[in-house]
Unconditional design. Sequence first.
Length: 159
Amino acid sequence: MTTEQTHAQSNAEMRDKLTQQLRDRGLRLTPQREKILEVFFNLPEGDHLSAEELHQRLKSHHLDISLATSYRTLKLLVSVGALRELDFSEDHKHYELSRNPEAPHHHIICSGCGKTEEFESPEVLQLAVNLLREKRYKLTDVQLKLYGLCQDCCDDEPD
């Protein structure tokens, strides 16, 4: 099986699981929700969108979904676990598909140019699991954000 076929199968499984999660909550996968999810399914892995960026993509594909509907749908999709809401200390949130909650990834963010890189760390996950177990919490998400200057921004700084 090719990488593209595996990715398509994974997306189909995620879509089926999400449809069931919505039904379990008495909701359905409306055409608007489906179109918004499709945008996220088609994003390259590692890309994140704000509500405004999502809205612009929908408009560029001639889809008549309002910004308000986009915001409501993003909030709903986060609540059912389909999307992760990310705060990169900007004036808005970013969103990404929740591909594998058992293996969360984290972000390194350049405080100079805003470039974002993802990384995985089993050590961070294990630390979170241990800490929450000790404090008697149930783990629902792990997000570590590291801020620094990327090499390009370091090269731009005067010595």
